[in-house]
Ligand binder design. Structure first.
Ligand SMILES: Nc1ncnc2c1ncn2[C@@H]1O[C@H](COP(=O)(O)OP(=O)(O)OP(=O)(O)O)[C@@H](O)[C@H]1O
Ligand SMILES: [Mg+2]
Length: 290
């Protein structure tokens, strides 16, 4: 079992912007989902965990090893797919993996070859191994990105919005690949897709403005909203009046009718009860008054 313990972590960029504020998380094997809107601090948190950003305060301990005191342990056991993996040079997929494998310190030639061929097979790129990476489609690039992250059998894999821009079929394939891997390692995944977290992750956190606002098991977080989510079709001009009276967590236009979804401990009059979903957890968390 691997463990990542983050305690009181804060990060301030050089321009003075505080992107992470006092984050504490305990993460074990399996898939951990990081949800949050644009600018929430997901990438900043990931970059800090992998050692690309130095925290202002707090600690990151991986398998009992303090990462700031011994950065090599994290580096040796890490696979990282950044949000902007912009390296698509004019070399073949195989050669680029060979290059990265060498950088990761896989020195034994035969071992390198076995790993690369296995990984290419795993991500469905075997037949394209002699193609240059810059000619790959978005989905192929992402899968290549996963292959490079998996070189060296990492114990912790961090993928930053890996399915952004993938078509539904590629996304499913990608998700099931991550899911297979996550049985024996830590996989931390950031995304905007609530559905992916629901389907894949055993633990999750919701971030906004640099803070973790909610964390736990997706099913348990959903269960806490039982009998508290309500919906109603309203006339558009009445929206402000409803906003004054209710805690509206989302609004949606369906075939020209405006539906509002509200959070209420008591059943509000004329509303329909709604079975809570993880998306309600997400909107409820983000619309809570501080
Ligand atoms: N190098 C940097 N210097 C200064 N501020 C930065 C830097 N990188 C990010 N930020 C700021 O930190 C905040 C968090 O950014 P971050 O990229 O971590 O968010 P995110 O949750 O990953 O967003 P997205 O979903 O759009 O990827 C934002 O306000 C962003 O503008
Ligand atoms: Mg990001």
């Amino acid at each position: 079992m691997n463990t990542l313990t983050i305690n009181g972590l804060s990060l301030t960029y050089k321009n003075g912007h505080q992107a992470i504020k006092d984050i504490s998380l305990e993460i074990g094997n399996g898939m951990f989902g990081l949800l949050g809107p644009n600018g929430a601090g997901k990438s900043s948190l990931m970059k800090t965990i992998v050692g690309l950003q130095k925290p202002r305060s707090g600690s990151i301990v991986f398998n009992g090893v303090n990462v700031s005191e011994n950065p090599d342990y994290m580096k040796q056991n890490l696979g990282f797919l950044p949000q902007d993996f912009g390296v698509y040079p004019k070399v073949t997929a195989y050669d680029l993996l060979e290059h990265i494998a060498l950088l990761k310190g896989i020195r034994h030639r035969a071992e390198r070859k076995t790993q690369i061929l296995n990984l290419l097979d795993k991500v469905n790129l075997s037949e394209f191994r002699k193609k240059e990476v810059h000619t790959f489609s978005g989905g192929m690039r992402q899968r290549f990105g996963v292959a490079q992250a998996l070189l060296g059998n990492p114990k912790i894999i961090i993928v930053d919005e890996p399915t952004a821009g993938l078509d539904p079929e590629e996304r499913n394939r990608f998700n099931s690949l991550l899911n297979d891997i996550s049985k024996e390692v830590i996989v931390i995944l950031s995304t905007h897709l609530v559905e992916d977290v629901r389907n894949l992750c055993s633990e999750m956190a919701i971030m906004d403005k640099g803070q973790v606002l909610q964390k736990g098991h997706p099913n348990e977080l959903v269960a806490r909203l039982e009998n508290k989510i309500w919906s109603k079709a309203i006339d558009k001009p009445a929206l402000d009046a409803y906003r004054d009276r209710y805690h509206i967590i989302s609004q949606q236009l369906i075939e020209r009718t405006l539906y509002i979804t509200v959070y209420s401990e008591e059943p509000p009059e004329d509303f329909m009860a709604v079975n809570p979903l993880l998306e309600h957890v997400y909107f409820h968390t983000l619309t809570q008054k501080p």
